[in-house]
Write a protein that binds this ligand. Structure first.
Ligand code: C2O
Ligand code: CU
Length: 503
């Protein structure tokens, strides 16, 4: 979306309030009252309440810039935070303040969004909604309290920049957590096209031009060196239905392709906490560790009733923490691109031995596969029982030709904000009327699945199904709510949760 339309969206919020004030023009779906904007006193008050007087100030710098990266057997020109993808790991304790100075060395405007954090609205990093874009060559300082422990990540909220190398992990530690594990690994999953002949912007342009045909001219028999737009029929998953719009040339774990994978080392018998982050733009990953089962302990940062599983399905924007007790030897950790051809690989090593081959097939991947929507909340993070004050339906629609994705029939920013008032219990009902899955993400809140209470900020909504989630409206502001398929979000599948007063 152009910056002009983003600014129009920002103006739209006030414009609608003006219309409503005239009376008689607001239909039931039109918001009323006055939008609680990012500069509102209520935002500052919510931040003051979060602040831990004993908390530290943790500082960091991020330099989004053009770089040349070695993906492991393949060199690409791309954009990244600093000179690696993933970018630097940011880490602090819950209650600490994070101050990040961003120096935009890209030839384009950008922004940084802190995915999953219930932070102050004016630091949420959504241009046109919570801040102006950071122009090329400009700087911006983000500073906010990190309220909840967990695994989070950061990425631009500008166009399809996330599908370049612009992402990094943010871990918020719980100072009171017993830490019942011997080691910790961070495992970032990504689908990669940038610098392989096309940029993500060019991929988007092809999708919009109707390039959803199997692209026979682009797809050679090896099929490995050109990203290609497969037909929907080509990318089907038994779990997700339509599994994506783009067949990527590479799938990466921690920035490495399977031909030269990264190594994760530990000692036999050690219990490792693995923090999985799916930073992909159009790909869900099915992950497993050869010869092991994993126990899922956290979803999107929040604890769940622990569940053992063979494999785990991770939608774009979702994070899961698991523990694995390691046997002796060399084991593949595989992230298979769900419904697509290809996989990411990392090598787990607790003893000497030959590394797995890049296309190793794991039988665990076809064992028991867990989805985040099947998890139950740990007792400590359950929402209390109370009546719902407000309901909103988000009907998910769209099609490939023209390439356009909608919420309630509208494309962002031409959308009716979903109104709420601070203090309410709000139920969101995601109704998927498409044949694809959509990982739906709400900014600034961690909702609870009504089925079993699991707290999440990103949840897979399968084709032709409905997913109900509850949230407490306790973080005032204007919050983006969208599909975390970045191509869907960019072509319209986004709306806002709009705190209002005087409605
Ligand atoms: Cu990770 Cu609005 O996104
Ligand atoms: Cu989507």
């Amino acid at each position: 979306m152009s910056e002009i339309s983003r600014r129009a969206a920002l103006r739209g919020a006030t414009g609608l309030a003006g219309l409503a004030a005239l009376g008689g023009l607001a239909s039931c779906s039109r918001p009323t009252g006055t939008a609680v904007g990012p500069a509102n006193d209520a935002v500052a008050a919510a931040e003051a309440a979060r602040r831990n007087p004993g908390g530290r100030l943790v500082t960091a710098r991020l330099t989004p810039q053009p770089v040349t990266l070695d993906l492991g057997g393949r060199t690409v020109n791309t954009w990244a935070y600093g000179d690696t993808a993933p970018g630097p790991l940011l880490r602090l304790d819950a209650g600490d303040v994070l101050r990040v100075d961003v120096d935009n060395q890209l030839p384009a405007a950008t922004s940084v969004h802190w995915h999953g954090l219930a932070l102050r609205n004016d630091m949420d990093g959504v241009p046109g909604l919570t801040q102006d874009p950071i122009a090329a060559g400009e700087k911006f300082r983000y500073e906010f309290t990190a309220p909840d422990p967990g695994t989070y990540f950061y990425h631009p909220h500008s166009g399809v920049q996330l599908d370049r190398g612009l992402y990094g992990v943010l871990v918020v530690d719980d100072p009171d957590e017993p830490g019942r594990y011997d080691a910790e690994w961070i495992v970032v999953l990504d689908d990669w096209v940038d610098g392989t002949g096309r940029t993500p912007d060019e991929v988007l342009a092809e999708l919009q031009a109707g390039g959803h045909d199997p692209m026979g001219d682009m797809q050679d028999m090896e099929g490995m060196d050109h990203g290609s737009m497969g037909g929907m029929e080509a990318m089907q998953s038994p779990l997700l239905g339509g599994a994506g719009d783009i067949s990527y040339p590479h799938y990466l774990i921690n920035g490495r392709s399977p031909t030269d994978p990264g190594t994760l080392s530990a000692k036999p018998g050690e219990r490792v906490r693995v923090r999985f982050v799916n930073a992909g733009s159009d790909t869900a990953f099915r992950v497993a560790v050869g010869g092991h089962r994993m126990t899922v302990t956290h979803s999107d940062g929040f604890p769940v009733v622990p569940v053992p599983t063979d494999a785990l399905l991770i939608g774009m924007g979702e994070r899961f923490d698991v523990t694995v007790t390691l046997a002796e030897g060399v084991f593949p950790l595989v992230a298979s691109a769900e419904g697509k051809q290809g996989q990411g690989l990392a090598v787990i090593r607790t003893a000497a031995g030959r590394p797995p081959s890049p296309d190793v097939k794991l039988q665990e991947l076809s064992g028991q596969v867990l989805l985040g929507t099947a998890l139950s909340a740990a007792e400590s993070v359950r929402l209390d029982q109370r009546p719902t004050d407000r309901n909103h339906d988000l009907v998910l629609g769209g099609h490939m030709a023209p390439y356009r994705w909608t919420i309630n029939g509208r494309t962002f920013p031409d959308t009716d904000p979903l109104q709420l008032t601070q203090g309410e219990r709000v139920r969101l009902r995601f109704v998927n009327h498409t044949m694809m899955f959509h990982p739906m993400h709400v900014h600034g809140h961690t909702f609870a699945l009504t089925k079993n209470g699991a707290r999440k900020d990103t949840a897979i909504v399968r084709p032709m199904t409905t997913l109900d989630v509850d949230l407490d409206a306790n973080n005032p502001g204007q919050w983006a709510t969208h599909c975390h398929n970045i191509y869907h979000a960019e072509t319209g599948m986004m709306t806002t949760l709009s705190y209002r007063t005087g409605g």
